[in-house]
Each structure stands twice: as C-alpha cells, then as structure tokens.
Design a binder for this molecule. Structure first.
Ligand SMILES: N=C(N)NC[C@@H](O)CC(=O)C(=O)O
Length: 377
C-alpha cells in the first residue's frame, strides 16, 4: 500500500509544515536571495507604490502582461479585452478554469500524469471526472492517444512538475490540431516555463493557428523572490466558449496595481540579463544536489535534462515517507512524490522532490543531511 500516513494529505499541506523552517526545500516557490539589481528594485518600492497609485490600472495591467510574456517570447498572446485575465495566483486561475468547465457538460478532463496535485484536486473539487494521460503518451506516439476519446478538455502542465518535461512545438501543434478536430478544449499550465528556454517558442501562435479552443495559465510567482507578490494569468482564445470572465468577476475585481508594477520591473530586470543568470543559478544548484548525492548507492535522478527549479530523486527501494520523516526530525523538509501520481500514488512512494530556488548554503546543508539519512540504514 502507498504511504498511508500521507494519505489524504495534499502536497501543499506538506509544504506548509516547512514554511517556517530554515531548511525548507519543499515548495516550488522562489526563496533564493535577491540579486543586486533586484535589490535596487526593492529599494525603489516607495516610488513604485506612488507610480502604481497614480497610473490607470488598465495601463499597468497591459504593461505587466507585455513585460512578462515578451520576456518569455510569448508575443502572440491575446490583447482583446478579457483575453488575459489577471488573478492573485495561478491556482486562482486554475479554479476559474475548473468552474467554467462544469456547465460545459460532456465527458471527463484528461490530465497529464504525474503532476502537482492541486490541479486534479481543483478539477475534482468542481465535480469533474479525470482521466490520466501518462507523459510518454502525451509527448510521443499517436496523437489520438494523447487526446482520449470523449474528453471535454485536455490539461497539460508544461514544463511539467515535478519532471520538468517540456511539450515540444511540433507536438503542441499536433495535439492542438487534434483538439480542434474533436472540439476538445486544450488547457496549458505553463507556470514553470520561465526556467526552460525550450518552452520559449510562441505557444500562442501555435494555439491560434490550430483553431482549437484553448486556455493558458501563466504564473509569475516561481521565478523571483518577491515574497509571493505575484500574479497568475488566465489567457484564452476568443472562441473558447467558457464563462471565464464571468467567473473571474465572481472571484475578484482586480489584482493590486502595486503587484503589477513590481512584476513589470522584475520582468524588465530579467530581460536585461537576470533570466539567464537565474538559469545558471538553478543549474548550479541542480549540479550541487547531484554532486552531493553522487556516492549514494541505489539512487537516481530520473529527469536528466530538467531545467525547472525542482529536482526529483529516485530513492530505489527506500520509501519517501521514511526518508521524509527522518529529515523532518532534523527540521529539514523535502517533498515526497506520492501525491504527484494523483491516479496511482504508489508510483511516487520511492521518490522525493528537492526545491532548487534556494540559497546554495541552505540547499547544501539540507542535501548533506539527506545524504547522511540515505547512507544510514
Ligand atoms: N495553490 C497551491 N497549492 N500552491 C502551492 C503551489 O504553488 C506549490 C507548487 O506549485 C510547487 O511546490 O511545485
């Protein structure tokens, strides 16, 4: 049986246990130090606050959308009113999408497997039935198998969490064409795309050209240590046929203009070289994890070419709950992977996920402690 003690506990509840720990390697939020140029943005906060108060919020919203999406080479995003709805977080965007799918009727939602469990939880919480689509089926093989028969929506996290796997441009085009032919809504969660340039082809051009009904959820919260000052973006095709704007209005009037200005400034800093620096920083932290654990027997890193800000560790015969529990006794937190396998948790019972957007010294201390636990019976 899978790790019973964590049954009924979701990943975010496990992450919340770690929030006050100095050695929190659990959640995928950005907790690294600010760079020099980012600190100078923080030094400007009083002026940014004044700018946010003085300018029309529509302008600030358009500026934030453009700065963030152009940073990631997404030039063809919709600019029509309501084409990109701004939310407090990507999970709020996810909840709006899930609620909007319910009245549409029709079959289940096909969802990539594994992926972060708040996505299936939000979909199921709205009464939607789910069908898992394994990553290999999604990324390779027949396109009709990637879009199961009878589904109302296909939901893909790309880059995926925790694997880092990126949907290639040609594959997105093929899946979008299949969705167009079968009138299936194609939904993408691209929250981790900032870390991987392989996901920086213009998804909006591909989606638009396919003619399919589509939704894309973006998240500014994973990249920069802004204390979770962030926005989620809910973009959609003009013929998506879902009451996204209506449900969005049920949940919020708008996000803080101050956060919009902050996101714009951090995105501009990233475009001026900060994003490349961040990629090197994450790659160095990934290398630190792999080097520190290199001499541990019966251990593997299943996502060899992942670039996202998390790293999965395959523990061999060891159980993730046992390792997680022993680390927690020393105040060190990682994330067990059972719940990512939302349709078959046992498949995650022998792997952990380590957050990489962390101060290197803290990451090294945590991974050295993990190594000690793994080497002691
Ligand atoms: N609304 C939720 N549950 N937020 C947690 C989520 O941001 C953590 C995450 O995405 C990750 O740790 O990979």
């Amino acid at each position: 049986p899978s790790t019973p003690l964590l049954r009924g506990v979701n990943l975010t509840e496990i992450e919340s246990l770690a929030l006050s720990s100095q050695l929190n390697m659990a959640d995928g939020h950005a907790r690294q130090e600010l760079t020099k140029s980012q600190r100078s943005i923080v030094d400007e906060l009083p002026d940014l606050f004044a700018k946010a108060a003085a300018q029309p919020v529509d302008d600030l919203e358009r500026e934030a959308h453009r700065a963030y999406l152009h940073l990631l080479h997404q030039h063809s995003y919709p600019t029509r009113p309501g084409g990109v709805l701004t939310c407090y977080s990507s999970s709020v965007a996810m909840e709006i999408l899930a609620r909007s799918l319910v009245p549409a009727g029709g079959g289940p939602v096909a969802l990539v497997h594994p992926t972060f469990d708040n996505i299936p939880d939000l979909l199921r919480g709205n009464g939607l039935r789910l069908l898992p689509v394994e990553e290999d089926v999604l990324h390779e093989g027949s396109v009709s198998a990637a879009v199961p028969e009878g589904v109302r929506c296909l939901f893909i996290t790309t880059p995926n969490n925790p694997t880092g796997r990126v949907l290639a441009e040609q594959r997105l085009a093929a899946i979008a064409a299949e969705c167009a032919a079968r009138d299936v809504v194609l939904a993408l969660d691209t929250s981790f795309r900032g870390f991987d340039t392989r996901s920086h082809y213009d998804h909006y051009t591909v989606l638009r050209d396919s003619g399919c009904r589509w939704v894309v959820i973006e998240d500014t919260g994973k990249l920069w240590a802004t204390l979770d000052l962030k926005v989620g973006l809910l973009a959609s095709s003009d013929h998506v046929g879902l009451p996204l704007a209506k449900i969005h209005s049920d949940i919020l009037l708008g996000v803080s203009p101050f956060v919009l200005v902050l996101v714009t400034r951090f995105a501009e800093d990233a475009a001026a070289g900060g994003l490349a620096d961040l990629h090197r920083f994450i790659a160095d932290n990934r290398a630190l994890v792999r080097a520190t654990l290199a001499d541990v027997p019966d251990l593997a890193f299943p996502d060899g070419d992942a670039r996202v800000s998390v790293e999965r560790v395959d523990l061999g015969e060891r159980r993730c709950l046992d390792v997680w529990t022993r680390l927690r006794q020393s105040g060190i937190y990682v994330l067990p992977c059972s719940q990512f396998h939302w349709a078959d948790p046992a498949r995650g019972d022998h792997s952990l996920r380590i957050a990489l957007a962390r101060v290197p010294g803290a990451l090294e201390a945590a991974v050295r402690a993990l190594r000690a636990v793994l080497l002691s019976p």
